[in-house]
Design a protein around this ligand. Sequence first.
Ligand code: FE
Length: 137
Amino acid sequence: MGDTERRAERLVKSDAEWKRLLSPEQYRVLREKGTEHPGSGKYYHWKEAGAFLCAACGQELFSTKVKYESGSGWPSFWEPISPAAVEEITDTSHSMTRTEVVCSRCGSHLGHVFDDGPKPTGLRYCINSLSLSFRGE
Ligand code: FE
């Protein structure tokens, strides 16, 4: 079975429900495509081994095995835990063309992906700490 077939069913909630479930800061980033201040996030310098989950729905998104210090001010990963875990969307806001990364299950905003990452993928998934929760090994 391919990744597409394994993709979890979509989780759909109203804005009112998300507001009830998330902190105001998380709601602003996850549901309104906000960005936390660089260097401010809980997981920027995180060293424990485990997995990062979507803070909105709990889907596994990134392993700490592919986390690296990008110097950007945001947690950075060179690949998602599975290609099916995230969706990538062209974002032309703020007079830039960027690639937005969202959770494939609940559609929440995670961050952006850039092509200046390390080998082997050359990608930098630049993700807000506020969009993540952590589960240790
Ligand atoms: Fe999610």
